[in-house]
Design a protein around this ligand. Structure first.
Ligand SMILES: NC(=O)c1ccc[n+]([C@@H]2O[C@H](COP(=O)([O-])OP(=O)(O)OC[C@H]3O[C@@H](n4cnc5c(N)ncnc54)[C@H](O)[C@@H]3O)[C@@H](O)[C@H]2O)c1
Length: 448
């Protein structure tokens, strides 16, 4: 780690030197500190993969369209509980599709190799387990499970099946996340001691008040099947189409959004997760009958382990945020910080500015004799940005999954990774509702 850091500092200093010796203008020096990220190592085969979609709403549709952009993928069947979505599926992808409201009909089919699970969170575990037991490869949307006690069932079914299963937090497959991982390992920000993430929204759709189709009724929605694994209550179209707001079906702000940040953070740091979770929050504005907060803060203690130093994580989500639209993940270390996005990483290094009186006094105290000749300083800020034509994290994520299916290989976001990312998000809810700190063993994946 120390050698890496020295090498990194040397490399950055050389970039800085070349900027300044050319008597560059401020504009030129800014341009010099931008480097472009490249995707270089995809080698996908093109063997045919026959795909089925279970849960054909917003994300299931996006997943399917993205997966179909890869060569050799064919969609053969679609399952959804709302008739409107099945009709749309045939319009979009062709009248030849087999459609059904019963996912088990899909799993029985011999012409289906792999399924995408894009249902609301409360069905992820059961459909994933049934699909693996039926010998299908699985792409399961995040969060992998709806509650902590479901995690091991998926892991065990996956291990027994020998199939490729990935969880759908696509950010970890982005060139931005890969660059951040490389920079952290090279010592670019020194020792990690703190990380933070933030989600700010202010629109009604951002706050999960989705449009409800005019024809929504018990005739068009298979409500009995929808609630078959949870509390039995009469048909309620709001609960069906705005499921994120209700605890029987969704996992609140942390299960929906924090889980992306855990996935990226764990990938970048090689972490297995925090050992303590605490949350606060409240319902401040969207008082539409929802059962989940619209402002949430989570705090997470990451212990010192072989893979990383001890650090703290602070995550925030605000659906009543006047600034709106801001999302970020920032890693802070002893020598700088990184703002990590899927297509960009901004590295800031805390070089001591020349003329810092306090630092000069301290150096004098320590007996450091300052040279009269001033030295070149490396750049304070470097931006790594994706090259034009990048197909995106989502394309890459499906690509890694297809490659694992075709080669019998593995994916990063297997069920163990998926559970370790989902668990702190779900425990954040548990901490909020139970009003207490929760201790978690991230290695054994058990609440203590
Ligand atoms: N990776 C991402 O960036 C991302 C983004 C958005 C959503 N998601 C995830 O995708 C999932 C779906 O979210 P969405 O926004 O698309 O919701 P959505 O309401 O648009 O779609 C969910 C669909 O699942 C169907 N469904 C529910 N239970 C079913 C069952 N038992 N069998 C068959 N169909 C069933 C519903 O009829 C609905 O059409 C969620 O788990 C969410 O967390 C991930």
């Amino acid at each position: 780690m120390k050698n890496n850091r020295r090498k990194f500092i040397k490399n950055v200093s050389l970039v800085g030197a070349s900027v300044v010796t050319g008597a560059a203008t401020a504009l030129e020096s800014k341009i010099q500190t931008i480097t472009y990220l490249k995707r270089t190592h995809f080698t996908f085969g093109t063997n045919n993969v026959n795909l089925a979609l279970i849960g054909a709403g917003g994300m299931g549709t996006e997943d399917t369209n993205t997966c179909l952009k890869h060569k050799g993928v064919k969609l053969v069947a679609v399952c959804d509980l709302y008739q409107g979505r099945l009709k749309e599926a045939k319009e979009k992808w062709g009248g030849h599709l087999f459609t059904t409201t019963d996912y088990k009909e899909i799993l029985k089919r011999k012409d289906v190799d792999a399924v995408i699970i894009g249902t609301s969170d409360h069905w992820h575990k059961q459909i994933a387990v049934d699909a693996l037991n039926a010998g299908k490869h699985v792409y399961c949307e995040k969060p992998m499970v709806h509650s902590i006690d479901e995690g091991w069932e998926v892991i065990n079914a996956w291990k027994k099946s020998g199939k490729a299963m990935t969880v759908g937090a696509q950010g970890t497959s982005s060139v931005g996340n890969e660059k951040a991982k490389e920079l952290l390992a090279a010592g670019a920000i020194g020792d990690l001691n703190y990380a933070e993430g933030f989600w700010a929204r202010h629109s009604s759709t951002g706050a999960w008040q989705y449009a409800i189709p005019k024809d929504a009724s018990e005739k068009t929605v298979d409500w009995k099947r929808y609630i078959a694994n949870t509390n039995k209550i009469p048909f309620d179209k709001t609960r069906f189409f705005r499921w994120r707001n209700y605890r029987d079906y969704g996992t609140g702000m942390s299960g929906d959004l924090f889980v992306h940040l855990f996935s990226s953070l764990h990938f970048i740091t090689n972490s297995k997760g925090p050992n303590q979770v605490a949350a606060q929050g409240g319902l401040r504005y969207w008082k539409d009958g929802r059962e989940v907060p619209d402002v949430m803060l989570g705090m997470f203690q990451y212990p010192e382990v072989q893979e990383h130093p001890g650090f703290n994580l602070s995550l925030r989500c605000n659906f009543v945020d006047g600034t709106s639209g801001t999302t970020y993940l920032r890693l802070v270390g002893s020598e700088g910080s990184m703002d990590v996005k899927w297509q960009e990483v901004v590295l800031k290094r805390n070089n001591v500015p020349p003329g810092d009186a306090f630092a000069q006094a301290k150096a004098k105290e320590a007996g450091v004799v300052e040279s009269e000749r001033k030295k070149m300083l490396p750049p304070l800020e470097t931006t790594y940005r994706v090259e034009d034509g990048y197909k995106g994290a989502h394309y890459d994520h499906h690509g890694y999954w297809l490659e694992a299916i075709r080669t019998g290989g593995s994916v990063l976001q297997d069920p163990i990774f998926g559970f370790r990312a989902a668990a702190p998000a779900l425990l954040c809810n548990d901490s909020y509702y139970q009003n207490k700190f929760i201790n978690w063993d991230p290695v054994k994946m058990k609440v203590i």
